[in-house]
Design a protein around this ligand. Structure first.
Ligand code: LR7
Ligand code: MN
Length: 560
């Protein structure tokens, strides 16, 4: 009996050791093979805590390597109709990168770990939320698309990637995406017509099961431990929209280069995105070189957002076509409606930066971008849209469809004004030195000066103020001209009526100055007056300071 008990005890002890060993490794991340540390990380780690409160239990997660049930070579080099390069076909023009070079590189190649040293010891919560990764593509080269997917699966802790949703935006060859569905976790949606990246991403996001959405372009390579820092931030702050540092994959050699982590996103008034140095002030406030970087805008392709917040923010404006503008929409509304935009320096993802668009724009490249960006300006930029129009005069006459639904969204979210955004989030953005002194509506009480016929000779009226309404938009410039939205100038007719006419520098009847709230016709020295506006429109009458019918206010004074 004694012996039996001893055997039983030895057995029990062995079992206990096994269970403890197993559970430590399970928590460490699971997934077969692959390197990376595992097991609980002890809190006496020699690394600084990096200004964060230590959390109860933290584990380093292990990367999960995937087994590819796909013959990579034949997928990439398939010589069928649309995939392999036909003789004489120019890889550079088809993809705007050197596809021959890309095709030679394996999907699981190793790339340099470009993170700051401190990132290698950074710790993340063990219970980070899982994400759905959404990748839309239109005629992407198979080798780059595959590398995007494989790098994501290989370099993420297995339990953190719920699924990879590919949205094929009507590529010529449906097999480009179809063949990838043999990879674990990969799901595919295919559009029945070309939608553009905005509606494609929305489709993908609608299907996503993960609590968190992660968007990537179709020619990326996720770097080591790219995902945890992003998820950590959105877990801590569910209204943050977070981007990685975007490393550069050469469009020629496909070499992987580190990008500076000292940059954030900015733009100019034509709504052209640009990278710019983090201002000194903001730098100074960072406690460590790997603190999250606040950014006024994100470049748009690579970001993580809590799905609930994404839905609350109205996803994307789905009337944005093909390419462009959606990054400003998500950026402006995130900040203005109570969230924040960040770049996490410890997350690195490579992207092939291209010099031109390799795909078609059914309505033309410039026209599409202008239409998209005009929608953003009209919905989000308030009186500052002036500057956008000054920088892109062509936009004034581009039709942009209804924005009522987006305006209602902004209304319902009780968002801040664009002025608030400029003053608090992007004070570095300089207001252009245009020769405009005032702009917007010209108001008299509740009424607005309106030239709705947009024709020379028309007599403007005062009518109910409506925004946005082109015919109520005016600018007053340093040369004394009062100009309509359709570029006609306010003038005075022989009969002293106020009219609009083709602008002419020589025409003395078109010069005005302002004194207090009066608008004075320079030649006659009389004041614009609405006294008889109901019957005969506006006229110039003798100035009588303080008379209500001679008081006019611009909604935006530009030189104060
Ligand atoms: O009709 C289309 N349908 C698509 O599905 C056109 C494009 N796409 C896909 C395309 O395959 C790619 O995966 O959409 C993605 C983006 O298109 P790109 O790679 O041609 O765009 P980009 O890298 O030149 O442009 C940047 O700005 C865009 C504005 O609409 C998007 O936000 C891109 O995602 C964005 N890319 C990045 O932010 C990566 C960093 C580049 C910078 C700066
Ligand atoms: Mn891209």
């Amino acid at each position: 009996v004694k012996r039996r008990r001893l055997v039983f005890l030895i057995f029990l002890a062995g079992w206990l050791v096994g269970v403890v060993y197993y559970s430590i490794h399970e928590m460490g991340g699971g997934g077969g093979g692959g390197g990376g540390g595992s097991g609980p990380v002890d809190d006496s780690s020699p690394w600084p805590r990096l200004g964060r409160k230590p959390l109860r239990k933290r584990y380093r997660m292990r990367q999960g390597r995937i087994h590819l049930d796909l013959d990579e070579r034949s997928y990439v080099t398939d010589k069928g109709s649309a995939k392999g390069l036909a003789p004489g076909d120019n890889a550079q023009s088809r993809h705007a990168f050197n596809r021959t070079a890309s095709d030679k590189i394996r999907s699981d190649r190793s790339i340099p770990d470009t993170r700051h040293q401190l990132c290698k010891a950074a710790l993340y919560d063990e219970d980070l939320p899982a994400t759905s990764v959404i990748i839309t593509f239109h005629n992407e080269a198979r080798s780059t698309l595959l590398r995007t997917v494989i790098s994501v699966l290989n370099r993420s802790p297995v339990e953190l990637v719920k699924e990879v949703i590919l949205v094929d935006d009507y590529s010529n060859d449906p097999a480009d995406g179809q063949l990838l569905t043999s990879i674990p976790k990969v799901k595919l949606l295919r559009n029945q017509r070309r939608e553009g990246l905005v509606r494609s991403r929305v489709r993908g996001a609608d299907l996503a099961k993960g609590e968190i959405l992660t968007f990537l372009d179709s020619h990326c390579e996720a770097n080591i431990d790219w995902l945890q820092p992003l998820l950590q931030r959105v877990k801590e702050n569910p209204s943050a929209v977070v981007s990685p540092v975007i490393d550069v994959i050469s469009d020629d050699t496909f070499q992987y280069f580190s990008s500076s982590a000292e940059l954030r996103g900015g733009f100019d008034w034509s709504l052209h995105f640009k990278w710019e140095p983090i201002p000194k002030d903001a730098r100074g406030k960072m406690k460590t070189p790997i603190d999250a970087i606040k950014t006024p805008v994100i470049s748009g392709g690579l970001f993580v957002v809590n799905k609930t917040w994404w839905v609350q923010l109205g996803k994307y404006d789905q009337m944005l076509d093909i390419w462009g503008g959606e990054n400003f929409e998500i950026s402006f509304k995130t900040w203005m409606c109570g969230g924040s935009l960040e770049i996490t320096p410890c997350s690195r993802v490579g992207h092939v930066f291209r010099k031109f668009h390799p795909y078609t724009f059914p309505d033309g490249n410039a026209a599409t971008y202008i239409r998209n960006s005009r929608r953003i300006a009209e919905v989000w930029m308030d009186e500052f849209k002036r500057y956008y129009y000054a920088a892109r005069p062509g936009a004034k006459t581009t039709s942009f469809g209804s924005i009522a639904e987006r305006q209602a969204l902004r209304e319902s979210l009780k968002c801040q004004s664009f002025r608030w955004y400029i003053e608090n989030i992007y004070p570095e953005l300089e207001l252009p030195s245009v020769d405009e002194l005032a702009s917007g509506q010209i108001k008299q009480g509740e009424l607005c000066l309106d030239a709705h016929k947009k024709q020379p000779g028309e007599r403007p009226v005062v009518s109910e103020c409506l925004s946005p309404r082109d015919s109520q938009e005016w600018t007053y410039n340093k040369r004394g001209f009062l100009i309509t939205y359709s570029s006609l100038c306010l003038a005075v007719s022989d009969k002293q009526h106020v009219i609009v006419d083709h602008c002419s520098k020589e025409d003395q009847q078109q010069h005005w100055h302002r004194k207090g709230r009066a608008i004075i016709h320079a030649k006659s020295k009389k004041c614009m007056d609405s006294l008889n506006s109901a019957t005969m429109g506006l006229a110039v009458l003798d100035c009588s300071p303080g008379t209500y019918t001679q008081l006019w206010d611009f909604t935006l004074e530009l030189q104060t």
